[in-house]
Each structure stands twice: as C-alpha cells, then as structure tokens.
Design a protein around this ligand. Structure first.
Ligand SMILES: [Zn+2]
Length: 260
C-alpha cells in the first residue's frame, strides 16, 4: 500500500491510456494519488478525474509558471474547489528562464498562502532554483502543513523546511547517479520528514530515461530510498504513507482503502 503524494494524472500525457496507467499503478501497490493542479485552465479537468477515479485526491492552486493564465474569476472559483481538496497547490517560486517576474510570483504565492491559512489547508510547494527565496517567503506563514515537493535543497534548507512544519517529497531524482547531494541530505534527515512522489509524467526514475513517468514507478523510488537508508522497503512504505496522511489530514477521508 503506497501513496503517490505528487503526480499529474490529469495531464494530457495520460489522455489516451489513463485507465491502464491507474491499473498498472494499483498492480504495483500504489493505490492512492495526490494530484495537484498547475494551471487554472485544467481545474475542471482535474475535478472530473478526482470525482470519477477512486483514490485520486485533488489539490487546486496556481503553479508559478502559469500565473499568466490566472484571472480574478479563477480566484473566485478557488474556495469552492478547495472545499473538496486535500491541499492547496501546487504553488511556489521558480527562477527558470521561462518564469514570470519574481515580484509577481511572490504576490500570488502570498495570496494563496493566505487562502490556505484561512481554509486550514496544507500546501504543496514547488521551488526551482529558488529554495532560499521560498524559505524566506514562507516564514511569515509559519507554522505550515504540507509538502515541499521534489525537494532539492541543502541539508540546512531541509532542516528549516521541517522547522516550518513541512514534509519533503522525494521522487525519481534520487535514483539518478548525479543526485549525490540529495542522497546525503536524505540520509541525514529523520524518516518522519519524508513522503514519496513520482511527479509523473515528469522526472522519470533512472531506469526509464526520457520516458513518460507514471505512478507505478513509485516502487522503484521506494526501493532506491530504502536501499539508501538501509531500511526494509515495506517498513519505509508504512512510514511514508503515515507521513503523507499527516501532511494531508483530509486524505484519509478521501481514500476508502484506509477506512475500516
Ligand atoms: Zn508537480
């Protein structure tokens, strides 16, 4: 029993075979998925998926790279959508070349953090080349609950994120030989800090280079982290599922498999 704490199952990459992808995932023992939105344009598509597929839990929000698609009308829709969500996300900061100005990103991030606080919802955070910026921005909203997805910062930054109340998402990057720093950081962190994710269709594990990632591959991430931390995969699965349910308290309610 595993939870993919971050995947984009609503993405068009899964349009032609989503049912088969879900089936392969279940067969691999990954039978719950937290699916964060990125653009307001896809909120309805995600809502349809979460309502129709058992085990799919949605989060709504605006990813920093999609701020240009956000309207005042979208802000008006968010609280209603969030009433049935497990988190607000994915939100954050991005210093990629294709990203909007950081000032604008900070304004929208702050407004979304305000909303999460008001609705008592956890957040799903994204940072690309902006871990320090994000840590600084988050301070004003501490304590927080939620997941810093695909964490790639230093040990000091990880510690600060945990102090804010966050969990750290570990995905396919950990399986790549070049991720030496990430592996050192993971080895130095408490197990209670970690949740597992694929970020499918993005960030495939090393065994599937250049391919579409999918939630079934969470098994490979589990195996890699278990080996790294010298712990039995079943034990790590149990701990990370528990961590995910702590990070997203509403998730248990969404998932019939956790109910008696
Ligand atoms: Zn994502």
């Amino acid at each position: 029993m595993l939870i993919d704490s971050h995947c984009h199952l609503d993405h068009e990459a899964f349009a032609s075979d989503r049912a088969a992808v879900l089936e392969r995932s279940r067969t691999a023992g990954v039978d719950a998925w937290v699916v964060p939105a990125y653009s307001p344009r896809n909120w309805s598509r995600l809502q349809d998926l979460a309502e129709s597929a058992a085990g799919v839990a949605a989060a709504y929000g605006v990813h920093p790279l999609y701020l240009g698609e956000l309207s005042e009308q979208d802000w008006g829709r968010l609280p209603t959508l969030l009433a049935k969500a497990v988190a607000l996300g994915e939100i954050g900061l991005d210093r990629g070349e294709d990203a909007p100005p950081l000032e604008l990103q900070l304004t929208v991030l702050g407004r979304q953090l305000d909303l999460a606080q008001e609705l008592e919802l956890p957040v799903i955070l994204h940072a690309r080349r902006a871990s320090e910026d994000l840590l600084q921005a988050l301070r004003a909203w501490a304590p927080l609950r939620g997941v810093w997805h695909s964490f790639s910062g230093s040990w000091e930054q990880a510690r600060k994120a945990l102090d804010l109340g966050l969990h750290l998402g570990v995905g396919g990057t950990v399986t790549h030989p070049r991720a030496a720093r990430l592996r050192r950081v993971l080895q130095a962190l408490p197990l209670e800090a970690l949740v597992l994710e694929t970020d499918a269709p993005f960030q495939p594990p090393a065994a599937h280079p250049q391919q579409r990632n999918e939630p079934a591959y969470l098994r490979e991430i589990l195996a890699a982290v278990a080996e790294l931390l010298a712990i039995a995969p079943e034990k790590l699965a149990e701990i990370t599922v528990k961590n995910t349910l702590i990070a997203f308290p509403r998730l248990e309610r969404e998932l019939c498999w956790t109910k008696p």
